[in-house]
Design a protein around this ligand. Structure first.
Ligand SMILES: Cc1ncc(COP(=O)(O)O)c(C=O)c1O
Length: 462
C-alpha cells in the first residue's frame, strides 16, 4: 500500500459503506457490529484492506476475474487514452477498439467469426439464449426452442440465466422460472456413485445422459445445449475422458447448437485461450466475461460461427430478420480497449505457459496436501482453476458440512490468504475449496497459498 490512504482516512468510508452499500452475496446483520471489508488497493497478486492488512489473493478478485493481476498501468493508460478519444457510442455503430479486439479475439478462436459485445457474463448468456430462440422461430416454427443446461453449472444471475441454473440452492426463492429450459445430469466422476453410473467409461455414460434427455423431450424441440467447459462455482468439475467427443457427436446428430459458457475459463484461466480448446470441440457459440479485460473495464462477449451469424441476415427484406437486441453499455469503448491490452500482456508475458506450468505445480501441491489430510477426498482442476473437495471420510465420500469448509476459508483469510469455496449453491455439496490465482502466480505465491491451507486444515480437522 503506498501510504496515501491511512486507516484514519478511511473511517468515514467504512461508515458510508456500512450505512448505504448493499454488498453482493452477503448477510448484512454482522456489519452492525463488525466493519465491512473494504479493499483499497491492489498490486500484482496482492490486495490491501482498510486496515492496511496485506492479502495474497488466490481467487483473482474473489470471483476469478483479475487474470493479469492488479495495478497494470498499461491497461489503465489504454483505457484513459480511449476514454478521451471516444468513451461511448451505441453498438449499432462500430468503434476502433471494438473492431481491433474482435479481430484479435477471433484469431484465437479457429472456426468462430463474429463478436457481439455486452457487459456481463449473464447478459452474454441471455443473448445466446435469445439467438437460439430466434433461430427456432425463424427456422422451425418455434418448436426447436428448448435449451438444455447441466446440473451444477451456473450461467448467471438474471431470471433467464437462473432458469438455466444447475445450482438449486442458488436458485431457491427466485422462481418461478422461464419455461423451456431443461436440465441434464452433471459429469463429476468423483460423484458417479451417487448417480448410479457404471464404473467404466464414465465420460461416455455422462454424455449419453444428455442424449437420453433429448430423446425424452423430442429432438425437434431442443435448440441448444449450454455447458461450462470446466464447471467453476459448481465444484471445479473437469470433464471426464471421452465426454466432450460424445457431446459434440450428440449435438451434430440432433442439430443442436452447442453454446459453451467460458465466462470463467475464457482468456487463459485453464492454460489455453479457451477451456473448450483442451477437448477438441467446435462450439457454435461461446460466451466470455471475467478474464476478457481482467476486471479493468466491464466487458463480455458472445462469439459465434459464421453459420449462426448468417441465419440473422439471410433475408434483408424481412423487417424482423435480424438480431433485434441491444446492450447499452456494450457500446462502451473502455471494455475492448482494456481487453486488447489484456490480451497483449498475456501474449508478451507468456501467461498461458505460466498458467500451465503453475497449474501443474499447484495440482501436485494439492495432491501432496491430500496425502497429509484425509479430509481432502478429491483434487481436480485445469490450469489455474483448481479445487479440493472436503469429505467427512474417504470411504463414504460424505461431503463435509459447509460451515466447516467456510471455517477453512476464514482461517486462511485470517492468515492473509484469500481462497474460495462453493457456497450456498449445491444443497449438501458446498464442500469444495476453490483456487484461481492470477495467471502471473509464481511458485513462491503457490507455496504460500498451500502452506496456509495446510495450517487451516490442521487447525480445523487435526
Ligand atoms: C460460468 C459462469 N457463467 C456466467 C456467470 C455470470 O457472469 P456475471 O456475474 O458477469 O453476470 C458466472 C459468474 O460467476 C459464471 O461463473
Amino acid at each position: 500500500m503506498d501510504g496515501t490512504l491511512t486507516k484514519n482516512d478511511l473511517s468515514h468510508v467504512v461508515e458510508a459503506d456500512r450505512a448505504h452499500v448493499w454488498h453482493h452475496l452477503i448477510q448484512h446483520k454482522p456489519f452492525e457490529t463488525n466493519d465491512p471489508r473494504i479493499i483499497v488497493e491492489g498490486k500484482g497478486m496482492r490486495v490491501w484492506d482498510q486496515k492496511g492488512k496485506e492479502h495474497l489473493d488466490a481467487v483473482s478478485g474473489g470471483v476469478w476475474t483479475v487474470n493479469v493481476g492488479y495495478g497494470r498501468e498499461s491497461i489503465a493508460k489504454a483505457v484513459y487514452d480511449q476514454l478521451l478519444k471516444l468513451n461511448y457510442f451505441a453498438g449499432s455503430a462500430g468503434s476502433i477498439p471494438g473492431a481491433l479486439f474482435s479481430e484479435k479475439l477471433i484469431s484465437k478462436m479457429p472456426g468462430m467469426t463474429r463478436v457481439y459485445y455486452t457487459n456481463s457474463g449473464s447478459e452474454a448468456n441471455e443473448k445466446a439464449f435469445k439467438m437460439i430462440r430466434q433461430i427456432a422461430h425463424k427456422r422451425y416454427g418455434g418448436t426447436k426452442h428448448k435449451i438444455l443446461y447441466r446440473d451444477r453449472d451456473y450461467h448467471g444471475t438474471t431470471i433467464g440465466c437462473l432458469s438455466a441454473g444447475g445450482q438449486d440452492e442458488r436458485n431457491a426463492q427466485y422462481g418461478p422460472y422461464t419455461p423451456g429450459f431443461v436440465r441434464v445430469p452433471h459429469c463429476l466422476e468423483y460423484r458417479a456413485g451417487d448417480q448410479g453410473a457404471p464404473t467404466e467409461n464414465y465420460g461416455e455414460w455422462a454424455a449419453d445422459q444428455i442424449e437420453q434427455v433429448i430423446l425424452r423431450e423430442g429432438p425437434d424441440t431442443v435448440g441448444g445445449l449450454c455447458l461450462e467447459p470446466v464447471t467453476a462455482g459448481g465444484g471445479v468439475i473437469t470433464p471426464p475422458q471421452g465426454y466432450w467427443d460424445r457431446v459434440q457427436e450428440i449435438c451434430r446428430k440432433y442439430d443442436i447448437l452447442l453454446h459453451i459458457d467460458e465466462v470463467v475459463c475464457g482468456v487463459g484461466r485453464t492454460g489455453t485461450w479457451f477451456g473448450y480448446q483442451h477437448y477438441g470441440v467446435q462450439p457454435d457459440m461461446v460466451t466470455m466475461a471475467k478474464g476478457v479485460a481482467s476486471g479493468y473495464a466491464a466487458i463480455a462477449c458472445l462469439v459465434t460461427t459464421e453459420d449462426v451469424f448468417s441465419m440473422f441476415k439471410d433475408n434483408a427484406d424481412d423487417p424482423m430478420n435480424y438480431f433485434r437486441d441491444i446492450s447499452t453499455f456494450g457500446g462502451c469503448t473502455a471494455g475492448p480497449a482494456a481487453a486488447l491490452e489484456n490480451m497483449r500482456i498475456i501474449e508478451d508475458e507468456d501467461l498461458l505457459g505460466n498458467t500451465t506450468a503453475m497449474g501443474h505445480y499447484m495440482l501436485d501441491q494439492l495432491h501432496a496436501l491430500a496425502d497429509k489430510h484425509s479430509v481432502i477426498g478429491d483434487v481436480r482442476g485445469k490450469g489455474l482453476f483448481l479445487g479440493a473437495e472436503l469429505v467427512v471420510d474417504r470411504e463414504s465420500r460424505k461431503p463435509m458440512a459447509e460451515k466447516r469448509v467456510q471455517k477453512v476459508v476464514a482461517d486462511c483469510m485470517q492468515q492473509g490468504i484469500i481462497i474460495g469455496a462453493t457456497n450456498r449453491s449445491l444443497p449438501g455439496y458446498n464442500n469444495t475449496l476453490c483456487f484461481s490465482p492470477a495467471l502471473i502466480a509464481t511458485k513462491d505465491d503457490i507455496d504460500q497459498i498451500i502452506a496456509s491451507v495446510d495450517e487451516s486444515l490442521g487447525r480445523e480437522f487435526g
